[in-house]
Design a protein around this ligand. Structure first.
Ligand code: A3D
Length: 324
């Protein structure tokens, strides 16, 4: 039986890690596309030449031609500029919208049956644009942000409580920007509420709230924290691993419940906008959206985050006048 095929559009920092992870997990044959000549070919040769040590049997190809992505089951897009220290993700809209438009045309022409996972920023706007240009059904076009944002939140909780991060469950909803919404109420350690653990640890509700607020704020600013430390470029290991979890859920029909940037059609009171919500990912892509009641404060924060995404979407026709 033929192996699945995964194409990675953008062979930069995240693209290279994605390619290596696909190979290590034997998710399928991998094509790495970039406009820079030689670079994707070099990266794929480098990874392929250690297959014996790592023990994988998949074909790896670097390319500058969209024709090579034909027959892809999954396409993951990282093409576009990353931010520099001091920049917000939204500052990338103008330049990355033009790149995403070209990339989406390539996917539409050469991989018309693929599931597409976008990583390029500003995430929610780039996913919206890709869906519009490809015209693919919304369950086949989604964005990675929530898996990473939620993992960051879980990591901070685990470090604070001194427990394994594998036992922490906490989610971040909304747009992938400064207005993202970490959900405190359902954060738990194997079912035990995190807030209760913090109150027990500090013996004081006010201090527990202060510690939680600091973790929420750190989560919202976590991408920028890495950008500042790196000095050049943004996080790349963590977004790659997060997108691989999504791709694997689809390719192996795992029905994983992962925070995904998906098209809302009435869910959470939002009509026709892409934002991050818990979704079931399986062989059908975004198979369903898991809706639940937000309290008044959470809904207000979620609405604010959706409004920020809408603001970016409204700017797209100015950048791309041909966009219907
Ligand atoms: P980088 O290492 O610069 O790689 C981007 C690649 O895109 C480069 O190799 C470019 O040559 C390539 N590229 C540029 N234009 C095109 C084009 N028209 N067609 C194909 N390839 C092109 O960046 P990176 O890998 O660090 O980041 C990629 C994107 O992911 C950026 O927009 C980041 O902001 C974004 N990002 C998202 C997250 C999320 O969690 C959503 C996290 C971190 C970074």
């Amino acid at each position: 039986m033929a192996r699945p095929k995964i194409s990675l559009i953008g062979g930069g920092q995240i693209g290279g890690v994605l390619a290596q992870l696909c190979a290590l997990r034997e998710l399928g044959d991998v094509v790495l596309f970039d406009i820079v000549e030689g670079m994707p070919q070099g990266k794929m040769l480098d990874i392929a030449e250690v297959a014996r040590v790592d023990g994988f049997d998949v074909d790896l190809k670097g390319t500058n031609s969209y024709a090579d992505i034909a027959g892809s089951n999954v396409v993951i897009v990282t093409a576009g500029l990353p931010r520099k220290p001091g920049m917000s993700r939204d500052d990338l809209l103008g330049v990355n919208a033009k790149i995403m438009s070209q990339v989406s045309e390539g996917i539409k022409e050469y991989a018309p049956d693929a599931f597409v996972i976008i990583i390029s920023n500003p995430l929610d706007a780039m996913v919206t644009l890709c869906q519009k240009v490809t015209g693919f059904p919304p369950e086949r076009v989604m964005g990675q942000a929530g898996v990473l944002d939620s993992n960051r939140f879980c990591s901070f909780i685990a470090w604070e409580l001194g427990v394994s991060v594998r036992d922490v469950n906490a989610m971040v909803l909304g747009g992938h920007g400064d207005t993202m919404v970490p959900i405190i109420r359902y954060a738990n350690v194997n079912g035990v509420p995190v807030m209760e653990q913090l109150v027990r640890k500090y013996g004081d509700e006010a201090k527990a709230n202060e510690v939680m607020t600091a973790m929420v704020e750190r989560t919202k600013a976590a991408g920028g924290e890495v950008v500042k430390l790196l000095g050049n470029g943004s996080a790349f290991y963590s977004p790659a691993s997060s997108a691989i979890a999504m791709a694997e859920a689809i390719l192996r029909d795992q029905k994983r419940v992962l925070p995904t940037c998906a098209l809302l059609q009435g869910e959470f009171g939002v009509d026709n906008y892409y934002v991050g919500v818990p979704c079931v990912l399986g062989a059908g892509g975004v198979e369903s959206i898991i809706e639940f009641s937000l309290d008044e404060q959470e809904q207000a924060l979620f609405d604010k985050s959706v409004a920020a995404v809408k603001g970016l979407i409204d700017e797209l026709p100015t950048i791309l006048p041909d966009l219907a």
